[in-house]
Write a protein of this length. Sequence first.
Length: 444
Amino acid sequence: MALWTKAVNMIRPDIGEESVDLWLKPVEVLRLDNNVLWIKVPNRFYLDGIKDRYLKKLLSILRDLSGVDIELDYEVSKDLKNVLPKTDPIAQPSSQLDFSLGELNPRYTFSSFVVGASNRFAHATAEAVSRTPGTQYNPFFIYGGVGLGKTHLMHAIGHAMRHQHTRSRVLYTTSEQFVNEYVTAIQHSKVDDFRAKYRSLDCLLIDDVQFLVGKDRSEQEFFHTFNALHGIRKQIVVTSDRSPKEMSPSEHRLISRFEWGVVADIKPPDLETRIAILRQKAIAEQIDVPDDVIVFVASSVKSNIRALEGSLVRLKAYSSMTGSSLTVDTAKEILKDALSHEVSPPIDIETILKVVASRFQVEVRELKGHNRATSVVLPRQVAMFLACTMTDHPYTEVGKHFGGKDHTTVIHARKKVQRLLEQDLVFLERINSLRSEIKAVENA
Ligand code: ADP
Ligand code: MG
């Protein structure tokens, strides 16, 4: 017992408190028997997790501590207490202190942005903002799904402002970078510098603000930054994947002040806009794509503009490799994989429940139940997370599939798992393999 505790204490600085809480706290030491240390873990998920990540390190620590080679052996139990960390994890800094202004992508300009019904208002407002920053469109909040042009528009504003006033201090950052930078600043006692940098801006562009939610201190800092800049009429532009109305109360606290200004959404582009975008990109990339192929691709790839671009890249690779001109038939063949993704059937939450239950070795009814035992809580939260991210069902609907749970429970689970994903690559891999498994079951 003491040996294990010592080993955990030694590995802690290496792997961090959060990982210790998640992976090693649930371990129960059974006995030391002929240099075999027997431990008990809640289920196979933990066992694999510990083996993948920490086994080597643990064994070498155990050898150092005891002077003999120790092996670990396992029993899997199902009756341990809640293992999930009780406190909110603190974001780990991954970047060094950076007091420069963020880079803008030279391709993301107003002139390369194709305007259609789906983005007309957002585009017009973005232009107005860049002409008269800090006035009536402040803050400017853009929301919409993945790959629909939010980042592009935001950079376009930045370019236009830098172009009009070469001295104007425009900063582009993602909310994740903002968090990292802030945490790093705290650690190096450079918070004053951090504030000086952010409060001296003429325009602050913050991308994907939804990731700030729940990171309490950074969120606070962002409030202060926001208020400071807004107070002296400096422009603020924010993007998010959801509208203010779709946010949970804690998100709403963050978002409500964005409604002081202008809110614009970007919808998926209609067919005409998709055609126009493809034409424009084909010209920019100097690919010769016949009109019927353009129309074919535009009618097949509907989900987002990034996918449209991806299709064009493939067509380009093909035509430059073979030197032959593109036809609708070859395009069909080349894009087969990408297109199968487009038409994939909607995922059933019950399938998610089944796959998650079997992977975590729990029963579906346990996932739907209210038991707070260790071995059920994490799988339940994972299943809720997947139900939120793999389907279009609103939170309340997801809750219904889990034995009538409240939408706040679902939101909490989603965030919890999202946070773990961001901090733990092995966990991320597992979730991704769960996703593939669920899709495979659905398509079977
Ligand atoms: P989001 O930030 O909403 O996820 P991005 O701004 O990264 O999306 O856009 C994804 C890709 O699609 C980028 O390469 C961008 O240039 C392109 N794109 C998006 N909207 C348009 C548009 N209206 N016209 C031309 N290209 C676009
Ligand atoms: Mg983006």
